[in-house]
Design a protein around this ligand. Structure first.
Ligand code: ZN
Length: 108
């Protein structure tokens, strides 16, 4: 079985279309929200209309052309803005939380 329109097969990302990495539905990246722009790099947040997953992508303009890295996330655009500049959680933080938690349980 060959597709009806072999010219468009296999589908290739074009200038104004992107594919959801989960369900492969096409979506228009113009609906993506630009969260931050630094020099030639843009941090984008988009939602797949088909499966509802969120995708964060870093699109940068390099001397070799546009480069794009995307990850699937459950963070909303607001969550990304909230956490992007926060320091990472260290193992010391986890131990401290655990000790405080145990202390609180003893006290009660
Ligand atoms: Zn999807």
């Amino acid at each position: 079985m060959f597709p009806q329109n072999p010219k468009n097969y296999p589908p290739e990302p074009s200038g104004n279309q992107a594919y959801c990495p989960l369900c492969e539905a096409r979506y228009n990246p113009f609906f993506a929200r630009v969260l931050e722009t630094k020099d030639e790099a843009h941090l984008l947040h988009s939602e797949c209309e088909s499966c509802g997953s969120y995708i964060i992508s870093l699109v940068s303009n390099t001397p070799f052309g546009l480069s794009s890295i995307g990850i699937i996330t459950d963070l909303t655009a607001a969550d990304v803005l909230k956490f992007k500049d926060k320091p990472e959680i260290t193992s010391d933080d986890v131990i401290e939380f655990h000790q405080q938690f145990q202390k609180d349980q003893k006290d009660n």
